[in-house]
Design a protein around this ligand. Structure first.
Ligand SMILES: C[S@@+](CC[C@H](N)C(=O)[O-])C[C@H]1O[C@@H](n2cnc3c(N)ncnc32)[C@H](O)[C@@H]1O
Length: 342
């Protein structure tokens, strides 16, 4: 039976023990500055990671399990394409098996990755976002880092590449956990963890992380000020917030609240102007608040590819006027704001 046939199975094999995924995470947590919160994280994972709740999980998991073992000669977490293994690390038949398994995890949104010579051209050039923020943030060397809404985990690997001591990503999407596992299959154990949790599942008042990233999340939160408060409570005093979100042009006090969808996306609540966003952070008592980048999203940065064949930015814009979304709102512009926790 081919892997694709097996993929038709609709329940996760009984041999799959969800909590076993987090054994190493618990061990590393217990040895880290985050030790006091180990049990709280494990409890949250036990409650939230219920693979059978998603009808496709078994198929995704079978793709991860179909990845053949490969002794990779090198990984490069500093390259634009996060690179695990070289073309010489396996023969063509093995590479074909790897590619079939990876394609089973479609749609690949955040990347790019290169796996033993297979280029995963993701919907997003997430490396462009990294290039925009990396020169401005405090060095990640030896830091304990949290990435909220980390997607496939692309930026987690870039954080490791910058020397972070421990990097935790959270994202409730079960597909993205499997994409992370697929890459981790080749990297072997690293101080990088992808947890299927939402920010609301984290222990309150941790005040523990040296750097917290919230990228592409704020506009999905119905209460953006509460989100900023949650971020502050996760950071140690003086820790750095890296906030990336959609913004609109306008004076302090202005925010766009789309009536329905924005760029065909549901669940979009507040798109503030930059002065409004800075004022929100000030109200939440962040310090040293500054906007380091404002960039319109271009169709070269977010587009359909061979690895993400669904609709993408070109379809989300007004076909007659690319300065507007399909619904007539200003086309997407994203800002990066840095701030320090009090
Ligand atoms: C627009 S994507 C951004 C991905 C990545 N951070 C980036 O900037 O490229 C937003 C991500 O937030 C995740 N997400 C949704 N609800 C969340 C929650 N309550 N807590 C954490 N992440 C969430 C989604 O699954 C999605 O992967």
């Amino acid at each position: 039976m081919s892997m694709v046939d097996q993929a038709g199975a609709n329940s996760t094999p009984s041999s799959f023990d969800p909590m076993q995924e987090f054994t190493r995470f618990a061990e590393v947590m217990r040895r880290s500055a985050l030790a006091p919160w180990t049990d709280a994280f494990m409890q949250a994972l036990e409650q939230q990671f219920v693979p059978d709740q998603h009808g496709d999980f078994a198929r995704w998991q079978s793709c991860v399990e179909a990845l053949p073992p490969v002794n990779v000669s090198q990984c490069d977490f500093t390259a634009d394409s996060v690179t695990v293994g070289t073309p010489g690390d396996c023969d063509d038949a093995t590479r074909q098996r790897i590619e079939t398994a990876l394609r089973g995890l479609h749609p690949w949104r955040k990347g790019p990755f290169n796996v033993c010579g297979i280029q995963i051209d993701t919907e997003w050039r997430s490396d462009w976002k990294w290039q925009r923020l990396q020169p401005h943030i405090q060095s990640l060397k030896n830091r304990t880092v949290l990435d909220i809404g980390c997607g496939s985990g692309y930026h987690l690997w870039r954080m490791l590449g910058e020397g972070a001591a421990l990097t935790i990503g959270i994202d409730p999407s079960l597909l993205f956990t499997r994409q992370f596992r697929a890459i981790e299959h080749f990297t072997g154990p690293q101080p990088v963890f992808h947890l299927p949790l939402g920010i609301e599942h984290l222990p309150p008042d941790m005040h523990a992380f040296d750097t917290v990233f919230s990228m592409g999340v704020l506009y999905h939160r119905r209460s953006p000020l509460d989100h900023l408060l949650e971020l502050r409570e996760l950071l140690r005093p003086g820790g750095e917030l890296v906030l990336e979100t959609l913004i609109v042009d306008g004076p302090e006090g202005y925010a766009l609240v789309p009536e329905g969808r924005y760029g065909r996306m549901g669940n979009v609540w507040f798109l503030p102007s930059v002065p409004t966003l800075l004022a929100w952070l000030k109200k939440m008592r962040f310090r040293n608040i500054r906007c380091v980048d404002v960039t319109p999203t271009r169709i070269q940065e977010q587009r359909p590819t061979d690895w993400m064949t669904f609709q993408s930015l070109p379809d989300f814009l007004d076909p007659n006027d690319s300065s507007k979304t399909f619904e007539g709102y200003p086309a997407p512009v994203r800002a990066i704001i840095l701030a320090e926790a009090p």
